[in-house]
Design a protein around this ligand. Structure first.
Ligand SMILES: Cc1cc2nc3c(=O)[nH]c(=O)nc-3n(C[C@H](O)[C@H](O)[C@H](O)COP(=O)(O)OP(=O)(O)OC[C@H]3O[C@@H](n4cnc5c(N)ncnc54)[C@H](O)[C@@H]3O)c2cc1C
Length: 472
């Protein structure tokens, strides 16, 4: 890493400092730490620029449910994160549906841990530091530098009140949802997805609550619909007496009073009587399909900054870890071939994301679109009629098969909602078509525009079937 005083680079003040590295990573979250650790492991110079101070870094609004940690990428192995796992006994979801007076117990496929999220954040940073990553805390990125060809060459930041310029062969944006970097970058000539609006995000809030008596459901993730269809409340047990309680709503809806709505629900549950709130945090998260492309010359986005979140559950930690790793591996390849300025040399990153989880998340988003167009009571009746395994498949798999027997069972249980069921079948067919299409995501940049055109035409059908407002 080289550092020098920069007299007039980019027209900055005479005291601006410039830090030069191979790769600049913005954000010390999951995606940034995995990206940086992978790059440092390969022997390259990398700095993580983080706006929070050293103590606060890693303290991130989250439901604390970590899925799939058993096979997280090697750059920061599971063993390094395990000290933050506070509950590994959760094996099912508990869906409370007050409208139907029903509780559904739904198996959660794969490994799941509820974690102390702040401790997990510290473990991540420690893991990346062990690989040789340098962290610059208290450093807020405010602008992005591009050369005349449009290639991203670095970022401008304020570090404890002083301007610092970071330059590198590649900038990786791991700055989370609604990243400022993308507002500040001219991406007009790139494939990078700029079709991003607030309405594709969820606003969420959570409290960590300590109760005196152990809760009975410490082996379950508890979900409950909010009073409107586009949101849900959760109660995730970090331990049997420490609960992560939170809620969120899709930002195309009338805003919810998150703090008050949570308080009201807590007050209605006897297990929270006399409970103490230990911590409060809120944030936005993307509940949309992954970015069509998250690359531009000299630039890649990872994790929340590229929509790598399961849009039905809001789970984004696993996607962030993998996206960070894949982007870093691609950056290394591009540096070694001297082609960091060429989108075609970065393309494989997009492909790996779509192949691993992006296609599935895009198909799941169809169900989100479906729910925005229907009445909450209708949907809850339908949910109550679906057997647990099918719901689990639908929540995590992006698709579920619905046989004739099940159709009949559902129809009998949900008389009065037959129209919704019919529409759901049509929607499922459209989601399957979309999944197929994403599974043939182009392996080269040249196939991108025609792939997008075909995808948009499938989306048109989805809006027609669901009657939902176009989301993209
Ligand atoms: C309330 C809530 C509950 C959630 N629950 C779960 C859950 O239970 N399970 C799950 O898997 N996922 C959950 N998620 C999603 C999950 O938290 C994210 O998907 C995940 O943290 C994404 O990681 P990331 O590294 O991409 O971004 P982040 O973790 O958001 O990290 C971004 C980092 O960038 C820094 N940064 C931002 N802007 C700048 C800037 N200008 N300059 C310098 N630094 C900057 C931030 O300070 C932060 O440290 C939840 C999200 C929310 C909001």
């Amino acid at each position: 890493m080289t550092t020098h005083q920069d007299g007039n680079a980019g027209g900055e003040s005479a005291t601006a400092r410039t830090v030069s590295v191979d790769v600049v990573v913005v954000g010390a979250g999951t995606s940034g730490c995995y990206a940086a650790a992978t790059i440092a492991d390969a022997g390259y110079d990398v700095v993580v620029v983080e706006r929070k101070d050293e103590t606060e870094a890693g303290h991130i609004a989250c439901g604390d449910a970590l899925k799939g940690a058993s096979d997280f990428p090697d750059a920061i192995p599971k063993s390094q994160l395990e000290p933050a796992f506070t509950n590994t006994d959760v094996d099912h979801g508990r869906f409370e549906i007050p409208q139907e007076d029903t509780v559904l117990e739904i198996p959660v496929p794969g490994e799941l841990a509820v974690i102390d999220r702040w401790e997990y954040g510290r473990c991540l940073i420690e893991g990346a530091s062990d690989s040789g990553v340098e962290f610059h805390y208290d450093t807020v990125v405010q602008d992005v530098r591009q050369d005349d060809s449009g290639r991203v060459t670095g970022v401008k930041a304020m570090r404890k009140g002083d301007p610092v310029t970071y330059e590198g062969d590649m900038v990786i944006d791991g700055a989370g949802a609604l990243s400022i970097l993308q507002d500040k970058t001219d991406l007009e000539d790139a494939t990078f997805d700029t079709n991003v609006q607030y309405s594709q995000f969820c606003s969420a809030y959570r409290e960590i609550i300590e109760v005196d008596e152990p809760v009975e459901w410490d082996d379950a993730l508890v979900f409950k619909p909010t009073e409107r269809s586009a949101g849900y409340l959760w109660y995730f047990p970090r331990t049997d007496t420490e609960i992560n309680a939170g809620l969120g709503f899709q930002m195309n809806e009338e805003p919810m009073e998150l703090v008050d709505d949570l308080k009201r629900d807590l007050q209605g549950r006897s297990e929270f009587e006399g409970a103490e709130v230990q911590d409060k945090l809120g944030a936005a998260l993307p509940t949309r399909r992954p970015y069509d492309s998250a690359v531009a010359p000299g630039f890649m986005a990872v994790g929340d900054a590229a929509g790598h979140v399961n849009p039905t559950t809001g789970g984004g930690i696993a996607g962030a870890a993998y996206a960070g790793t894949y982007a870093a591996e691609q950056a290394i390849e591009a540096i070694e071939s001297g082609r960091t300025d060429d989108e075609a040399a970065l393309w494989e990153y997009n492909e790996r994301v779509m192949d691993h989880f992006g296609a599935r998340y895009a198909a799941l988003d169809v169900y989100n679109i479906f729910t925005t167009a229907y009445d909450v009571d209708d949907l809850m009746a339908l949910l109550a009629a679906l057997p647990g395994e099918k719901l689990a498949e639908a929540l995590y798999g992006g698709s579920t098969s619905i046989g004739l027997g099940l159709k009949l069972k559902m129809a009998v249980k949900s008389i009065g909602h037959l129209g919704t069921i019919r529409d759901l079948y049509q929607t499922k067919k459209a989601a399957d078509r979309l999944l197929d299409h994403y599974e043939s995501y182009p392996s080269e940049r040249s196939g991108f525009e025609s792939w997008q055109r075909e995808r948009d035409s499938i989306m048109d059908d989805i809006y027609e079937v669901t009657g939902a407002e176009p989301k993209y």
